[in-house]
Design a protein. Structure first.
Length: 204
């Protein structure tokens, strides 16, 4: 923060970094994302991936914007208020989405039962970042993508958190377990459930 760069160029750097990270994440998921898992079709995988995309983008934007403008303390408000708000806004037309983890900060983000085995699979084999999907019933599918910890996540989720920040987090989330992560650890996953047009899709 004390570097002699203008805030504009720092922001530029951050967005380039985030862009890179996102692109990398998309490459990772994109390469392997076309393989259907269980009976979920390639088209459905694509649909789910596209549904999740704005959540991923808006979260990174909101988070990096807040980190840039007010530092981690104010970015906490983004994670706390904006993240659920963005997810809620995008959860329309029978689509629902969110984030979850095996080490939760907010217990309200606890994994739904269908997500648990998928989360466990990423934890068992963290290098396999391919999206996974399941059919929840004949009219819905569930789809997940892993979330890996990046360097700028660690100020709030890493092994050593600045004491004042730690205090704020602790006061807001007395049951916080979402610390101690290192770069590239599986931090959790994005999930989305959406109506499936499997009946129609089968014919094509
Ligand atoms: C400024 C501090 C801060 C930073 C930086 C931050 N987070 Fe978080 N994170 C939080 C807070 C606070 C919550 C709880 C949000 C809520 O109440 O829903 C959270 C929740 C989460 C969750 C939802 C599951 C849970 O534990 O409740 C995931 C997944 C997550 N963060 C991943 C990340 C990743 C990946 C990054 C980096 C790209 C990151 N976070 C950066 C503070 C932060």
């Amino acid at each position: 923060m004390s570097r002699k760069r203008s805030s504009k160029s720092r922001r530029g750097q951050l967005s380039v970094l985030c862009g890179l990270v996102l692109t990398f994440a998309m490459l990772l998921t994109g390469c392997q994302g076309t393989a259907p898992v269980a009976e979920v079709s390639v088209q459905e995988m694509e649909q789910a991936k596209n549904a999740l995309q704005p959540l991923k983008e808006q979260l990174v934007d909101a988070l990096t914007g807040a980190l840039e403008e007010g530092g981690p303390e104010s970015a906490i408000a983004v994670c706390r208020e904006k993240a659920p708000q963005i997810a809620a806004e995008l959860s329309v037309d029978g689509v629902q989405m969110g984030r979850t983890s095996h080490k939760l900060r907010n217990p309200e983000n606890a994994p739904q039962p269908w997500v648990e085995p998928l989360l466990a699979a990423y934890l068992e084999d963290p290098e396999n970042s391919k999206p996974r999907a399941v059919r929840l019933d004949d009219s819905r599918i569930g789809y997940v993508e892993p979330i890996y910890a990046m360097s700028f996540c660690l100020s709030c989720h890493g092994p050593s958190i600045e004491p004042a920040l730690q205090e704020t987090i602790q006061s807001l989330y007395p049951e916080d377990q979402a610390i101690g992560f290192h770069m590239n650890d599986v931090r959790g996953l994005f999930w989305v459930t959406l109506p499936s047009d499997a009946g129609a899709g089968m014919d094509t």
